[in-house]
Design a protein around this ligand. Structure first.
Ligand code: NDP
Length: 481
C-alpha cells in the first residue's frame, strides 16, 4: 500500500500515462490483464521512475495507498465494464476508480451511479493528446465528484500539459461531464480537420498547387491567427514525400476517411439536445461520403458536373480568402461546440465553466491552438454569453473574414468543389444572425397538415387555422376565451 496511483491496462495509452506519472515523481502501481505487457513496461521503461507491478488485480489494489486511485486504460465498452467490476469488488468506500478511456458519457453516468451506491467514486476522465500526449502531457478533462478531484487534481494537473504555467486540466463537472466535454472536443477536432482539408482541396483543384506548395501556405498560416497543432501537422504532412513512389505522401493515400465514432457521438448527442452543430455534423458526414465507395463509383459514372471554374486572376487574393474562410468556419464550429457543452451542462446539471474548457485545450490535446485564449477571454468578459460568436472579439474577427468566406463558398459552388463545412457554417452564420427566417412558413405547413399550432408576431398565445374548413383562426392555449 505504497503507490500514489495505479494504472491498469498497459497498452500504448496506459503505459505512457503510467510512465508520465512515474517521471513526475509519483509511485505508480501498474497492471495488465496479460502479464507480458506489464513486464515489457518494466523491462523497457522501468528506469522512468518508481513502478509497482502486479500480476493480479488483487495485488494491484493492495499496492495502492488509501484512499486508492486506480486508473483504467483498457479497450472501451465491455472490457471497461469488466475491469470496473473487478476493481470495485476489491476496493473500499472512498476509493476512486478513474476511466481514462474514450467512454460515451452516458455509460460514464451509468457507471458513476452504480459505483456511488457502493460508496466508491467513479471518475470519467477525458484524456486527449494521443500516445505522445499521454507520455509528455495530455489535456485532461475529469468528471466525477469534487471530493474525488481533491485527491486526483494535484496529480493530474502535474502530469498534464502546461501553457503559460497553467495546467491543461481542471475539474469539469459531476459524473459524465468530463467524457462529455472530451466528446465535444473530438467533434470540434473533426470540423477543424475538415475545414483544413477543404482549404487544401481548393488550393489543389482551383489553383493547381502541389502538396508541398500547399504545405508552405499552411506553414505560413501557422504563424498567424490559425496557429495550431492541426495546421502545423498539416504543413508537415504536405511536405512529406513517399519514399517508394517519390510522390507527395498525401497523393498516395486512399481518399477514404475512417473514424472511431466520437464525431458521430457528438452529432447524435447534439441532435438529442437540439443543438445545431452543423460544422461538426458536416465534417462527420464528409468522412462517411468519402467512405461510401459504391455510391461514389455510381455517382462518378453518371452525375454531370455542369460546373464552370472561373479564371482566378489574383492567386494571392484567393489564398488569402481561403485563410479567412478557414478562420471563420473554424470560429463557427467552435461556437457550435461550446453551445453543445452549455446545453449538455443545462440538461445534466453540470456546473461547467466554459472559459476553463478552452483554457485546458490550449495544450496537450489535438485541437490545441493559440486562439483558444480568445474563447477563455470571451467567457471571462461575459460568463453567460448566449453565443460565443457574439462576443466582441469574435464579431470583429469574423467581420474581417465575411467577404472572403462568401467568395470562397460561391467559387466552390460555381466550380463544383465540395466544401461542406465552409458552406454549412456560412449558412448557419447567416441563419443565426437573420432578422427573420423562413421558419414561419414551416410553422404554417405544420399547422396545415398536422394542426401543430403556431404563435403570432403581433399577439400572445398559440393559434391554429381550420385549414380544411373555413380557415378561421382559433386560439389554442389555456388563456383561450
Ligand atoms: P486498446 O484500446 O487497444 O486496449 C488494449 C488494452 O485493453 C490492453 O491492455 C488489453 O489487455 C486491455 N483489455 C482488452 N480487453 C480486456 C478485458 N476484457 N479485460 C481487461 N483488459 C482488457 O488500448 P489503447 O492504449 O490504444 O487505448 C486505451 C483506451 O484509451 C481506450 O479506451 C481508447 O479508446 C483510449 N484511447 C485514447 C486516445 C486518446 O488520445 N485519448 C488514443 C488512443 C486510445 P491485454 O493486453 O491483456 O489484451
Amino acid at each position: 500500500d505504497v503507490a500514489d496511483i495505479g494504472v491498469t491496462g498497459m497498452a500504448v495509452m496506459g503505459s505512457n500515462l503510467a510512465r508520465n506519472f512515474a517521471r513526475n515523481g509519483f509511485k505508480v502501481a501498474i497492471h495488465n490483464r496479460s502479464v507480458g505487457k506489464t513486464e515489457k513496461v518494466m523491462n523497457e521503461h522501468g528506469s522512468d521512475g518508481e513502478f509497482y507491478p502486479s500480476e493480479s488485480m488483487a495485488d494491484f489494489v493492495a499496492s495502492l495507498q488509501k484512499p486508492r486511485v486506480a486508473i483504467i486504460m483498457v479497450k472501451a465498452g465491455k472490457p471497461t465494464d469488466a475491469v470496473i467490476d473487478e476493481l470495485a469488488s476489491l476496493m473500499d468506500e472512498g476509493d476512486i476508480i478513474v476511466d481514462a478511456g474514450n467512454a460515451l458519457f452516458t455509460d460514464t453516468r451509468r457507471r458513476e451511479a452504480a459505483l456511488r451506491e457502493k460508496g466508491l467514486h467513479f471518475v470519467g476522465a477525458g484524456v486527449s493528446g494521443g500516445e505522445e500526449g499521454a507520455l509528455n502531457g495530455p489535456s485532461i478533462m475529469p468528471g466525477g465528484t469534487k471530493e474525488s478531484y481533491q485527491r486526483l487534481g494535484p496529480m493530474f494537473e502535474k502530469i498534464s500539459a502546461h501553457v503559460d504555467g497553467e495546467p491543461c486540466c481542471t475539474h469539469v463537472g459531476a459524473d459524465g461531464a468530463g467524457h462529455f466535454v472530451k466528446m465535444v472536443h473530438n467533434g470540434i477536432e473533426y470540423a477543424d480537420m475538415q475545414v483544413i482539408s477543404e482549404a487544401y482541396d481548393m488550393m489543389s483543384k482551383a489553383l493547381g498547387m502541389s502538396a508541398p506548395e500547399i504545405g508552405e501556405v499552411f506553414a505560413e498560416w501557422n504563424k498567424g491567427d490559425l496557429e495550431s497543432f492541426l495546421i502545423e501537422i498539416t504543413a508537415e504532412v504536405l511536405a512529406h514525400t513517399d519514399a517508394d513512389s517519390g510522390l507527395p505522401y498525401v497523393d498516395v493515400i486512399l481518399d477514404r476517411a475512417a473514424q472511431k465514432g466520437t464525431g458521430a457521438w457528438t452529432v447524435q448527442t447534439a441532435l438529442d439536445l437540439g443543438v445545431p452543430v452543423t460544422g461538426i455534423a458536416e465534417a462527420t458526414f464528409a468522412r462517411f461520403v468519402s467512405g461510401s465507395v459504391p455510391q461514389r463509383e455510381a455517382a462518378r459514372a453518371v452525375l454531370p458536373a455542369e460546373a464552370d471554374a472561373p479564371e482566378i486572376a489574383d492567386r494571392e487574393q484567393f489564398i488569402d480568402d481561403l485563410q479567412k474562410a478557414l478562420y471563420a468556419a473554424k470560429l463557427v464550429s467552435y461556437s457550435q461546440g461550446f453551445d453543445e457543452i452549455a446545453k449538455g451542462a443545462d440538461e445534466y446539471g453540470w456546473d461547467i465553466n466554459l472559459g476553463d474548457m478552452a483554457r485546458i485545450w490550449r495544450g496537450g490535446c489535438i485541437i490545441r491552438a493559440r486562439f483558444l485564449n480568445r474563447i477563455t477571454e470571451a467567457y471571462e468578459r461575459t460568463p453567460d454569453l448566449a453565443l460565443l460568436l457574439a462576443d466582441e472579439y469574435f464579431t470583429t474577427e469574423i467581420a474581417k473574414c465575411i467577404p472572403a468566406w462568401r467568395r470562397v463558398v460561391a467559387y466552390a459552388a460555381t466550380a463544383g468543389y465540395p466544401v461542406p463545412v465552409f458552406a454549412s457554417t456560412l449558412s448557419y452564420y447567416d441563419a443565426v444572425r437573420a432578422e427573420r427566417l423562413p421558419a414561419a412558413l414551416v410553422q404554417a405547413q405544420r399547422d396545415f397538415f398536422g394542426a401543430h399550432t403556431y404563435q403570432r408576431v403581433d399577439a400572445e398565445g398559440t393559434y391554429h387555422v381550420e385549414w380544411s374548413e373555413d380557415r378561421r383562426q382559433t386560439r389554442q392555449d389555456s388563456d383561450q376565451q
